[in-house]
Structure formats: C-alpha cells, structure tokens
Design a protein around this ligand. Structure first.
Ligand code: BG6
Ligand code: MG
Length: 231
C-alpha cells in the first residue's frame, strides 16, 4: 500500500481468520464532518449557543442528541424545545445530503470496497447517524455493503460496543473475525469494547487507542490487514 503506516501499539493478532470489515461512516467513508459543523454552527448562531470549529471536533462520533447536550454544556431545555432544535439541525443537514454523490467518498474508499468484494470479505456500516441509510445510498455504495446499522438499532450509543456487535451479528460473524474502521475516540473505544480488531483513522491524539493507526483508507488493501492481524 502507498499510505504511510505507523504502528502505535502492538497489534492484536489472532489465529482466527478475518472475514468482515465494519465501517463507521462519517469521517471514514465520507467527510460529512464539515457538513455537520456548518449545520451545528447555523443552529448555534440562531440560538445564541457558543460554538466554533474546535467545539465541533469534540462532537465527532456522538449522536445528534448527545452532541446538542454537549453544546448546551449543562444547560437544560424542555424536551419539546430539544426536539425542535434536533429536527431543525437535521433539516439543515439533509440539504447537504441531497447534494452528495460518489464524489463525496473519501480517497481510497472505492478501491478498498472493490478489493473487499474480490477477497470475499463481508462488509457493514455501523454509524451513530440516523441518516446512515440515505447517506450510503447517496454515496452510491449501497450494493457494496452487506449490512447497514446505526445506534438507533441498539440500546446504547458508542462508546458502548452495541452497534458493532449488532453489525457482526447481522454479518453472521464473531467479533474476533471483524475489523472496525473508526475516526472518533468514542468509536475506537466502542470497537475495542466489542473485542474486534480496530483501525483508527486520523491523528494519534484522537484514535491512538486503536490497534493500528492510519491517516486514511487510501491505498489500504485487505492483505495488509491480514498481515497485520492474522497470526
Ligand atoms: C456521527 C457523526 O457519525 O453521527 C456526528 O460523527 C453526528 O458528527 C452523528 O452528529 C449523528 O448524525 P445524524 O445524521 O444522526 O445527525
Ligand atoms: Mg465517524
């Protein structure tokens, strides 16, 4: 592969062959982080909630409601008002979603999905986003993904392992047969708690707890993961 690699911690090798790839969506398959930022900023400005790009970074991987709670920083609002704000934010976000296409796949994603198909690897998306189905559709990768799940299919959001365990179940695989790709600290924590192999995408100060840290999926091949994680 072409991407520079850095082993952050000894990899969790196992004698169980890898058979499944489970992807987080936002920040892994597509860069919706900017769309989320712009829509939260618009809502925050309208509601006079202090917010900026740096504050947005802390929201990566959190559900919409958990993001708003974090922005409110302990301030409480009546449930009806909370719901209205969450709906308004999503309405703004859906305007961006309408403009999305396969051009919004992050570099290397299309090639990696083709490589997984050729290698007979099962694939899932396990996201915190309620919009996961429509975004996967817009990106033109629905036929490449065997199971699509989000935290609304399970009891607890990331950093609980639930959504990744649910994805593995949908693929009929055990956790040790799966490798997870995550860009968020809470997602890495969730995947580790699910006892899966974990590739963190992004800076070490964000995803350094993962078994393997890479800058992106660009240039990655299934054989690289087998070499890294299989004994
Ligand atoms: C996560 C993103 O994947 O999904 C967060 O990292 C986002 O930034 C969250 O807030 C919820 O997304 P949605 O589409 O349900 O508002
Ligand atoms: Mg993400």
């Amino acid at each position: 592969m072409n991407a520079p690699l850095s082993a952050i911690r000894p990899s969790a090798t196992s004698s169980v062959p890898l058979r499944g790839a489970i992807f987080d969506m936002d920040g892994v398959l597509t860069d919706t982080i900017e769309f989320h930022y712009q829509t939260w900023q618009r809502l925050a400005d309208e509601e006079r909630i202090p917010f900026d790009r740096q504050a947005n970074e802390a929201l990566r991987g959190l559900s919409r409601r958990d993001s708003l709670l974090r922005m409110l920083d302990g301030r409480t609002l009546p449930e009806a008002k909370m719901q209205e704000l969450l709906d308004r934010k999503n309405q703004y976000f859906r305007e961006f979603v309408k403009t999305m296409s396969s051009d919004h796949l992050l570099p290397g994603v299309r090639d990696f999905l083709d490589d997984l198909r050729a290698a007979g690897v099962k694939t899932a998306v396990a996201s915190a986003s309620q919009n996961v189905y429509v975004v996967v559709e817009q990106l033109g990768i629905a036929d490449d993904i065997d199971a699509i799940t989000n935290v609304y299919c399970v009891d607890r959001p990331k950093p609980a392992p639930d959504v990744f365990l649910h994805a593995a179940e949908r693929l009929n695989l055990s956790p040790s047969e799966c490798v997870v790709f995550e860009d968020a600290e809470s997602g890495v924590e969730a995947a580790l708690a699910a006892k899966m192999h974990v590739v963190g995408l992004g800076p070490v100060d964000r995803v350094g707890a993962a078994h393997w840290v890479l800058p992106s999926l660009n240039g990655l091949r299934w054989a690289d993961l087998q070499a890294k994680f299989e004994k």
